[in-house]
Design a protein around this ligand. Structure first.
Ligand code: MCA
Ligand code: AMP
Length: 498
């Protein structure tokens, strides 16, 4: 196996020996340094217009003092779950500065999904922008102090704690093959290492401006889009959700240079008559799910530049990226980012990684941690191959996971929800390939009759809308192996369909 040369990510004129992926020490310290260096530079645009570095600093200082005054202490977990606004950004930064461990939580989650996170992470505070989610959190644990993203507590004159690089910053909930999501604990050093590598690799500087329509509760929007913007001393235009025309307008109105999206977004942008408005961007990046070769090709035809595809995970932040200046290879996720090492182990070969970006383990899950690492390398559960130049291609997954529109859906969770329907005797859930969504959640049901609309409504009572099945097939029986385990590949191949 050849070892790829990560130095291709380093811009000309930068000595690779001087690269310091821990630069800044902790996230809030690095960011504050940027605002101090350019206090009048715009940082965040939301519906209220632009906010400068000095203004963000003042808002963060105020919010931090209010959190500390209300009793937050270093190490407390704080659920943060809200639409993309300046208030959310300020709340996130203030939590980190106050020493809290942020638990970013999908704003589409319902009662059961929130309850699991509350009972597992045991947060002391929750910052949410919706009464119903607040009620679900309170129902799970009455002791959680709930506030809106504007953090309406009394100010205090308490000073924030001194943080260390190894202190936990984030717990990202993600799941493996079995059941309930686990919390991946990422330190400031992990998140800084990833972001500093991206700044180098993507030539991300203070003059860049990102159109950020990814939600700020998963690694892509938060750990890459927002953290990278703040670390570069750059700026971002926040959009609440994705709508192609809003993206085109933001690019033009604000002279944006960067756009990050999941393949579903590029699929929709490519269908717009305005797709040529993307040509003013310096860089388009895709990730979270595989970008099909035909879509890469279409984007190139429309814009004259190649979308740069990269690969990441909640547990590791960003791992591998196509290079900025060297060849961007469609179908490959590129070469390891600075600091990241990749190896392939077993048959079929699993991608394993290590580096300063890789998390230490799951929150309170020593059982899962034992399986998650092999000889100090994190087992991604993704299957891959390296070509002669060291470019990595992902060939599939050993973990049972459906990625729909960039959101992860665990079949087991959907199966459990469908099984509670009184006309369902048995069910298996798998992904069906889809041009728009990448994969569509598909239920193979024994029993019935039951329609897709009925199952959608039923599952929607328990789970976030994107986990609802988009297709339902009634089958006589599920294909099982000798041990009784459902053979999902035979479902996806359509073998059992009538
Ligand atoms: C919305 N719907 C979906 C999805 N999103 N169904 C399946 N999969 C989805 N991803 C449902 C809605 O509930 C609605 O249902 C219907 O689809 C149509 O909604 P629509 O308005 O078209 O959807 P949208 O609001 O435009 O959302 C599509 C989206 C969104 C913009 C692509 O899914 C999205 O923001 N995806 C990005 C996810 C992301 O940030 N992933 C990063 C994870 P109905 O019509 O029945 O009401 S971090 C990660 O993966 C790693 C670390 C990495 O490498 O980045
Ligand atoms: P998450 O659990 O949200 O952290 O999702 C991580 C998973 O997303 C990875 O293990 C991969 O399976 C998948 N993923 C992320 N980026 C890509 C990509 N560019 N191509 C294919 N799969 C990807």
């Amino acid at each position: 196996m050849s070892v790829p040369d990560w130095r291709v990510h380093i811009p000309d004129g930068v000595d690779p020996e001087t690269v310091d992926l821990g630069r800044g020490g902790t996230l809030p310290v690095l960011w504050a340094r940027r605002w101090a260096a350019a206090p009048y530079a715009p940082v965040i645009h939301d519906r209220r217009g632009w906010t400068t570095g000095a203004e963000v600093e003042a808002l963060v200082a105020g919010a931090t003092s209010r959190l500390l005054g209300r009793g937050l202490v270093a190490g407390d977990r704080v659920i943060v779950s809200a639409a993309s606004t300046l208030d959310l950004v300020v709340a996130h930064i203030a939590c980190l500065r106050a020493g809290a461990v942020v638990v970013p939580t999908n704003a589409a989650y319902g009662r059961g999904e929130l309850e699991h996170i509350v009972l597992d992470a045991k947060p002391t505070f929750a910052i949410v922008d919706d009464d119903q989610r607040a009620a679900h959190i309170a129902a799970a644990d009455r002791a959680v102090i709930i506030t809106s993203p504007s953090i309406d507590f009394e100010p205090s004159d308490l000073a924030p704690p001194t943080l260390r690089a190894g202190d936990p910053a984030l717990i990202g909930y993600t799941s493996g093959t079995t059941g309930r999501p686990k919390g991946a604990v990422l330190s400031h050093a992990n998140l800084l290492a990833s972001v500093n590598a991206l700044l180098l690799s993507w030539r991300w500087t203070a003059s860049d401006r990102l159109v950020l329509c990814l939600p700020l509760f998963h690694m892509h929007g938060l750990g890459v889009g927002l953290h990278g913007t703040l670390a570069a001393g750059a700026s971002a235009v926040l959009l609440q959700g994705f709508e192609p025309n809003a993206v085109f307008e933001a690019i033009t109105e604000h002279n944006a240079t960067l756009f990050f999206g999941v393949p579903t977004m590029y699929h929709r942008l490519a269908q717009s008559a305005r797709a040529d408005e993307l040509t003013t961007l310096r860089l388009m990046v895709s990730g979270s799910a595989p970008m099909p070769a035909a879509l890469h090709e279409r984007m190139f035809q429309l814009t004259g530049s190649k979308v740069l595809e990269r690969y990441g995970m909640t547990e590791t932040a960003m791992l591998v990226s196509n290079p900025y200046d060297a060849e961007r290879r469609g179908g490959s996720v590129g070469i390891p980012l600075p600091g990241v090492e990749v190896r392939l182990v077993g048959e079929p070969p699993e991608v394993q990684v290590r580096g300063p970006n890789v998390f230490r383990g799951y929150w309170n899950r020593d059982d899962a941690n034992a399986d998650a690492f092999e000889e100090g390398w994190f087992r991604t559960g993704d299957l891959g191959s390296l070509d002669a130049d060291g470019y990595l291609t992902l060939d599939g997954r050993s973990k049972e996971l459906i990625i729909s529109g960039g959101f992860n859906v665990y079949p087991r969770e959907v199966e459990d929800a469908i099984r509670t329907h009184d006309r369902v005797d048995d069910v298996a859930v798998a992904g069906t390939p889809s041009d728009e969504w990448g994969e569509e959640v598909t239920a193979y049901v024994v029993g019935g009759p039951v329609t897709v609309e009925e199952l959608k409504a039923h599952v929607g009572k328990a789970l976030a809308p994107y986990k609802r099945p988009r297709r339902v097939h009634l089958v006589d029986e599920l294909p099982r192996n000798a041990l009784g385990k459902v053979q999902k590949h035979r479902l996806s191949e359509g073998e059992v369909l009538p």
